[in-house]
Design a protein around this ligand. Structure first.
Ligand code: PMV
Length: 342
């Protein structure tokens, strides 16, 4: 290849209803349990990749909110560089990548920026290489970034991952995500209350490692498959009254495992509790159909229908601890953007 090839992809974060917390194989991001998520549409990463002929170092740029091109810190660029190396090896191609990436939402705030980022990077890089892998292959490749949730962000709507029971000895191509239902199936909304926008203290990678030290980890695993099946069915039935309590229970359980790990991890902040209490109050006293979930961070995702979105967003915005509210909802999955580099 002598001509550079380029692609720009936008991929959205996802919010897990059944969560990945603890791995059978952490290096390959093989989770202990099946997980299920909703792909969002506004919390996005946009990633441009060029593949250039010739030897040399990959170039990695992070574009800030003001449009400035920044050199990312060592840990961020190291993770991307290792993933590019993997994609180069997988494609048996020689050459170097130039990558520029930007987020539409605060990175490292428990909003799964690694999921959207690595999904966008994987799809853009394979297209820049001139390849068009299947969704299952893209999911498998995105997972190898080390961010398991990236395996789900290559698809839109409601997504389960892995598609089959997790197995540490499974071949790579057997561990991929698949769609449970498309975004048209059910227009769920996600009102995200940002109570902390800075980087979180303990990475999810470290959280997965520590999860297995919790005395409650085995109990959680024993309960999870049943909850997974109920959640999947509630989505298929568009049944928020069943789905809601299950996803709240699941989110609290993830944090129970985190808080009882060795050493313990506390992601919650005072604002987290304030939002959880307000959601409960709106439900019990005002009949709102709203249910909370949190990933590995302090921010709270409030899952509701379109009818309740406006009043929930306004109420949460008025709470002292809430810095900002992002109004998101189920989305269609990654999109190819027409322009070259950002
Ligand atoms: O994708 P990772 O390795 O960053 O882990 C994701 C962890 C959670 O967001 C807490 C749960 C999930 O399944 O998305």
């Amino acid at each position: 290849m002598t001509q550079p090839n380029a692609a720009t992809i936008e991929a959205a974060a996802n919010i897990a209803f059944i969560k990945y917390w603890g791995a059978l194989d952490l290096e390959r991001a093989v989770p202990c349990n099946r997980t299920l998520s909703m792909t969002l549409k506004r919390c996005c990463s946009r990633c441009s990749v060029e593949f250039l002929a010739g030897e040399g170092k990959d170039e990695i740029w992070l574009i800030g909110p003001d449009g400035k091109w920044l050199q990312p810190d060592e840990s961020f660029s190291g993770r991307i560089a290792r993933h590019l190396e993997r994609l180069r090896a997988w494609s048996h191609r020689r050459g170097r990548f130039r990558v520029a990436t930007r987020n539409s939402f605060p990175a490292s705030a428990g909003l799964a920026s690694s999921a959207s980022g690595f999904a966008a990077l994987t799809i853009a890089a394979t297209r820049a290489l001139g390849l068009s892998p299947s969704r299952s292959e893209l999911s498998m490749l995105a997972r190898l970034s080390g961010s398991g949730s990236a395996a789900r962000s290559v698809l839109g709507g409601y997504v389960e991952w892995p598609a089959a029971a997790p197995d540490a000895n499974a071949r790579e191509e057997e561990i991929f995500a698949q769609q449970v239902a498309s975004e048209d199936h059910w227009d769920l909304r996600d009102v995200i209350a940002i109570v902390e926008s800075g980087a979180k203290g303990v990475s999810s990678l470290e959280g997965h490692r520590r999860a297995l030290t919790s005395p409650f980890f085995a109990t959680r695993q024993a309960r999870l498959e049943e909850r997974f099946l109920l959640v999947r069915q509630a989505i298929l039935d568009r049944d928020l009254a069943t789905l809601g309590p299950l996803i709240e229970e699941e989110a609290i359980e993830l944090h129970l495992i985190a808080m009882s790990s060795q050493p313990p991890i506390f992601y919650w902040r005072a604002g987290t509790l304030a939002v959880l209490e307000e959601v409960r109050r709106m439900r019990d006293e005002e009949g709102a159909r709203a249910f909370a979930t949190m990933d590995a961070g302090a921010n709270v995702h409030v899952i509701c229908t379109a009818d309740d979105e406006e009043r929930i967003a306004r109420r949460l915005q008025g709470l002292d601890y809430v810095e900002a509210v992002i109004r998101d909802g189920v989305g269609p999955g990654p999109a190819v953007l027409p322009q070259g580099l950002l």
